[in-house]
Design a protein around this ligand. Structure first.
Ligand SMILES: Nc1ncnc2c1ncn2[C@@H]1O[C@H](COP(=O)(O)OP(=O)(O)O)[C@@H](O)[C@H]1O
Ligand SMILES: [Mg+2]
Length: 230
């Protein structure tokens, strides 16, 4: 196990006109490889803000954030983009596949952006696609795949650069029960493969797949349930 990401008194404020919203209070915690963590909490509680800090999509306005050994605070926007591409996999509710690209091309895309040759990108993408049992769908455009198949391709894309940190924002929210189960089993399997997997969700049924559950409420995290429904 290693530390894939870490927050040290890291928080985020948004200033809009006269008022300041504290989206995330100063927070200290770490995420290790080999673990899948659920982030649960009501809408507006700060879940996406926490995930965005870990994903190096935004800078903290307080404290520090590390991804692996790299302190995010010290990087330029351009360096952040590189860090994300190389070290972090993202999986979203809406799958976020590129509509004009087929399944294979979607999985290859992050490698092509890194300057890997088409031949090598294809070889590595096919290996993952085979592992996920999707080889008969490689030429399908996203709109010709089911929700569950699109999410499987999106997960393959998030893994193609072999990141240690996988961040998922409501990955099962658009899926039926059976596909949601399959996606959670895949994500849980990924954590066993020496990755830190962090999943934002409203769905309390997913708790059984998690090694750790973090409750977020009004910008504060806690590891003990605050609401009975969780
Ligand atoms: N870009 C932004 N500008 C201003 N306020 C924001 C912004 N992003 C989030 N917020 C505010 O921060 C709080 C936490 O939001 P968010 O992290 O998106 O919550 P959640 O994902 O749990 O629904 C909310 O009050 C939200 O309105
Ligand atoms: Mg959110």
């Amino acid at each position: 196990m290693e530390i894939a990401a870490r927050l040290s008194e890291a928080g985020k404020e948004y200033k809009t006109g006269e008022s300041t919203i504290v989206a995330l209070q100063p927070t200290t915690t770490e995420f290790r490889t080999g673990e899948i963590t659920l982030l649960v909490g009501p809408s507006g509680s700060g879940k996406t803000t926490l995930l965005s800090l870990l994903g190096s999509v935004i800078y903290p306005t307080m404290g520090k954030v590390w991804v692996g050994d790299t302190c995010v605070n010290d990087l330029s926007e351009k360096e952040l983009a590189k860090l994300r591409l190389k070290h972090i996999g993202f999986v979203f509710q809406g799958f976020n596949l590129l509509a004009p690209l087929n399944a294979l091309e979607n999985v290859m895309e992050p490698l092509l952006l890194q300057g890997v040759s088409r031949k090598e990108a294809k070889r590595r993408a096919m290996k993952l696609i085979r592992q996920f049992g999707m080889e008969d769908r490689i030429y399908n455009l996203p709109r010709n795949l089911s929700g569950g198949q699109q999410q499987r391709i999106a997960i393959a894309r998030s893994l193609i650069t072999d990141p240690k940190l996988i961040l998922c924002d409501e990955p099962t929210a658009s899926l039926d029960h059976k596909s949601a189960k399959m996606v959670m089993e895949m994500l849980s399997q990924l954590s066993l493969d020496n990755r830190a997997v962090i999943v934002v969700t409203h769905d309390v049924r997913l708790k059984k797949y998690a090694d750790r559950t973090i409750y977020v409420s009004e910008g504060r995290i806690s590891e003990t349930a605050i609401e009975d429904e969780f």
